[in-house]
Design a protein around this ligand. Structure first.
Ligand code: ZN
Length: 305
C-alpha cells in the first residue's frame, strides 16, 4: 500500500509539466509560453517582457538580439519539473544559457524584475559565451535589472559585523548555498559590480564586455578596466564594503541625519505631550478644588503652608 501511495505521488509530481497545455505567443524574437489559466495576461506580459529585454540590451551596450523563449510556470511543481529539480527552493526564475530559455514562476510578486535578471544572463552569455566568474554574471544581472533590497543591506551589515563576507571566488558555488547565504552572495556580487563601476567609470560593465568579447581572459579584462589585479580588486572591494557597512559608517552616515532629526522631533513631541498631560492634570486638580464647597476650600487653604 505504501509503495502504491509513493508511486501515485511520484506520478502526479512528474506529470504536472507534461500535463500543462502550453499556449505560445510570439513577437520580435521573444516566444512566451503560458498555461491556459495565464493566457489572459499574455499580451500585457509579452509587452512588458519586450520592454525589459530591450532595456537590458541597452544596458549591456547593445547585446545581440538573439531569440529567447520564456516559460511561465503556473505552479511550483511545474517550475521544479521544468528546471529538472536542479535549482534550490529559493529561486524564482532560471535561465538556460545554451538554449536561451527562461523559466519563471508565474506567482512571484516581482515577475518583471526576475525576468529582466534572467534576460541579462541570457544576453551576457550571448555576448560572451566563455566562462566568467559567477559574481560578475550575477552582479551584472542584478545591476542591469535594478535590484537592491533592504533585506540585502541587513545581510551585509550582519556579515561585516560577524566577519563573514564570502570570498568572491566562492560565489561560483552559489546554487549549493542555503537561502540566507545565497542572499548574501548575490548582494556581494552586486556590490562588487558597483565597485567595478566606481573604479572603471560608468561605462565599466560595457567596457569589460567588449574586452571579453575580444577574447581577453576575465582577469586581464578586469585589470585593463580597473588598473588593479583581481587579488587587489577583491582586497579593496572588501575594505570598501567594510567601510560602508561598519559601525562608524553607520553612526556617521549623512543618510542617517534624517533618522536623527526624526528621532529628535519624536522625542521633542513626546516631551511636549508629557508636559501637557502633567499641566492638564494640574488644571483638573485645581478645577476640582475650585468646585469644592467654600468651607472646604477655606479649610484647604488654611492647611497650606
Ligand atoms: Zn542570476
Amino acid at each position: 500500500m505504501q509503495i502504491l501511495w509513493l508511486w501515485v505521488l511520484l506520478v502526479s509530481a512528474f506529470s504536472t509539466a507534461r500535463a500543462t497545455q502550453w499556449h505560445g505567443f510570439d513577437r520580435d524574437g521573444l516566444a512566451l509560453y503560458l498555461a491556459h489559466a495565464d493566457t489572459g495576461r499574455a499580451h500585457a506580459l509579452l509587452g512588458d517582457l519586450l520592454i525589459g529585454r530591450s532595456e537590458i540590451q541597452r544596458k549591456l551596450g547593445g547585446a545581440p538580439a538573439v531569440p529567447i523563449a520564456v516559460y511561465l510556470a503556473p505552479s511550483k511543481d511545474v517550475f521544479r519539473e521544468l528546471t529538472q529539480g536542479r535549482l534550490p527552493h529559493w529561486s524564482a526564475g532560471v535561465a538556460f544559457l545554451e538554449s536561451r530559455t527562461i523559466v519563471l514562476q508565474a506567482r512571484v510578486g516581482n515577475l518583471r524584475q526576475v525576468a529582466r535578471h534572467e534576460f541579462a544572463h541570457v544576453l551576457l552569455h550571448a555576448t560572451v559565451p566563455g566562462r566568467m566568474p559567477v559574481w560578475f554574471h550575477e552582479g551584472v544581472a542584478m545591476w542591469a535589472s535594478h535590484e537592491w533590497r533592504l533585506r540585502q543591506s541587513a545581510a551585509i551589515f550582519y556579515a561585516v559585523f560577524s566577519g563573514g563576507l564570502i570570498p568572491l571566488s566562492e560565489i561560483d558555488d552559489v546554487l549549493s548555498f542555503p537561502s540566507a547565504k545565497a542572499d548574501l552572495a548575490y548582494t556581494e556580487s552586486l556590490m562588487a559590480v558597483g565597485f567595478l563601476i566606481r573604479l572603471g567609470g560608468p561605462n565599466a560593465v560595457v567596457a569589460m564586455l567588449s574586452e571579453l568579447e575580444a577574447g581577453a581572459p576575465f582577469e586581464v579584462a578586469l585589470f585593463r578596466i580597473t588598473g588593479i589585479t583581481p587579488r587587489e580588486f577583491e582586497h579593496r572591494w572588501r575594505d570598501n564594503v567594510q567601510g560602508r557597512f561598519g559601525l562608524m559608517a553607520l553612526l556617521f552616515s549623512p543618510d542617517l541625519i534624517w533618522l536623527y532629526l526624526t528621532l529628535l522631533l519624536l522625542f521633542a513631541y513626546l516631551g511636549v505631550r508629557l508636559r501637557n498631560r502633567a499641566t492638564l492634570r494640574r488644571w483638573e486638580a485645581e478645577e476640582a478644588a475650585e468646585e469644592l464647597p467654600v468651607m472646604l476650600r477655606v479649610y484647604r487653604r488654611e492647611d497650606e503652608p
